[in-house]
Design a protein. Structure first.
Length: 231
């Protein structure tokens, strides 16, 4: 490994998987993820020829750098087509909108009960997951589903109009409950706006009743006194 530089940290994911009981056949493949002191990173996976042939065509971003033994299969020029946003089905849209509005009640009760870790996790794992899915679809529509938004939405800023990006930024709150409530209502506004656009473009029905009822509910919980008995 020192041929590449001085290692700063190394991860061996196959070894880590084996350590928690996941079966890994080291005789077929083994990976080293390496960060060097000069800032360069190399992910190096060693494979048998047989294993390579099973997976070599699985990623459209693959670029052959050197094939001195002429063992690589011919593949098309690289593209990010595997990672383009996919147009939603009606079922996916219904599931996303229902999850967004339904799961907000968990965030709300977590704040009211002063259960900060629960409220934050619920927002990030359910509310944001649905919001990000809708952001992806909206961006996909704007590009005729011919682009990728990057892993975990890292290119959202590049593809959202500045006003929408400003709203998305504001959905990230600190541990202050007032700011968390503000971020929740901004997330609702952004989700509603994007989801209605997606629904109109795809001839889906936006759940206006769920939106209205849950928005009212969130305001009611926000204004509950700390000693209320109806939560």
């Amino acid at each position: 490994m020192k041929k590449f530089g001085e290692p700063l940290m190394i991860q061996e994911p196959d070894q880590l998987d084996a350590g928690i009981g996941i079966n890994r056949d080291f005789s077929r493949r083994y990976a080293f993820l390496m960060l060097f002191t000069d800032g360069n990173r190399i992910d190096l996976t060693l494979q048998t020829k047989e294993t390579m042939r099973e997976v070599y065509e699985n990623d459209t971003l693959t670029v052959p750098l050197l094939d001195k033994d002429h063992c690589l299969l011919p593949i098309p020029p690289p593209s990010d087509s595997d990672y383009h946003v996919k147009e939603p089905t009606e079922g996916e849209f219904i599931s996303c909108t229902n999850n967004f509005w339904w799961c907000l009640q968990n965030v709300a009760k977590g704040i009211w009960r002063d259960e900060l870790p629960y409220a934050k996790q619920m927002f990030e794992l359910t509310t944001r997951a649905s919001l990000d899915e809708m952001v992806n679809w909206w961006i996909g529509l704007e590009s005729d589903f011919q682009l990728s938004t990057g892993k975990l939405g890292k290119y959202f800023k590049k593809h959202l109009p500045p006003p929408y990006w400003a709203m998305y930024e504001a959905t990230y709150a600190n541990s202050d409950y007032e700011q968390m409530w503000e971020s929740i209502f901004i997330a609702c506004d952004l989700f509603r706006t994007l989801a209605k656009d997606v629904a109109a473009a795809c001839s889906f029905t936006y759940p206006e009743t769920d939106d209205r009822n849950m928005t009212d509910y969130l305001h009611r919980v926000k204004n509950l006194s700390a000693d209320a008995t109806d939560m």
